[in-house]
Design a protein around this ligand. Sequence first.
Ligand code: ZN
Ligand code: ZN
Ligand code: ZN
Ligand code: ZN
Length: 259
Amino acid sequence: MKISNEGVCRFCLKTFSGSTMGRHLSACRTKKERDAGEAAAAKKVEKIFRIRVSAYGEFWLHLEMMASSTLADLDGFLRSIWLECCGHLSQFTIHGEAYVPENEDPEDIGAESMAVQLGKVLSVKDKFEYEYDFGSTTYLKGQIVSEREGTLKEKVRILARNRIPEVLCTHCGKPATRFCTECEDFYCRACLPKHGCEEGMALPLVNSPRMGVCGYTGEQDPDDFDRKDRAPDEAVKKRGLPEALIKYREAMKKKDTEL
Ligand SMILES: [Zn+2]
Ligand SMILES: [Zn+2]
Ligand SMILES: [Zn+2]
Ligand SMILES: [Zn+2]
């Protein structure tokens, strides 16, 4: 069974797997042309980092940010696209050093502040870890993939992200739309009320590693746009629950018992 954690390059709109997207983005001609055009029109250019962030193998993002942006900027972005449920504490770990939000009084807990520029604490190839919520923690991993000189209109530019994992209803095999947090299984809209658990225990499936955790329902899902064009996939029906989702659920259960 193959993990299908593909996504769309937002420049040429072609689809790549999670493992080949990085290489594609380095080579994408549409992106190169747009970057060059924007740099030529800009008054000054700055150092831009390409960053990959991933979780549980299934969820990933390729981003660009100015090296002069802060860890706090990245924290805010990760919260808004993947994580924020009720304002939990978060932390970056870089070269063994912990970085927490400025309002958590970093000095008091022996940590550094997130109000620091990316370029001051990270260089190309450097890896970092990130945790959101120290109760039901969501763990992310990241790396500075490369850097370039140029200009960015937005604080964080999304280059590509994974498509929402396709999961099938445990009862009828149709595409699932809900995750029941009571029995930890997936259901379609029709089977959910019939399966025995309280309906209020179910959460919508969202394109986030926080799916099914702490009432997380997600705010934005920008890659939905290309799902409409996709024909119902017979192969997906036969495939059953994607292996990666099983791993993801096991990982979440393991984290829960560890903490
Ligand atoms: Zn491309
Ligand atoms: Zn929460
Ligand atoms: Zn069903
Ligand atoms: Zn249930």
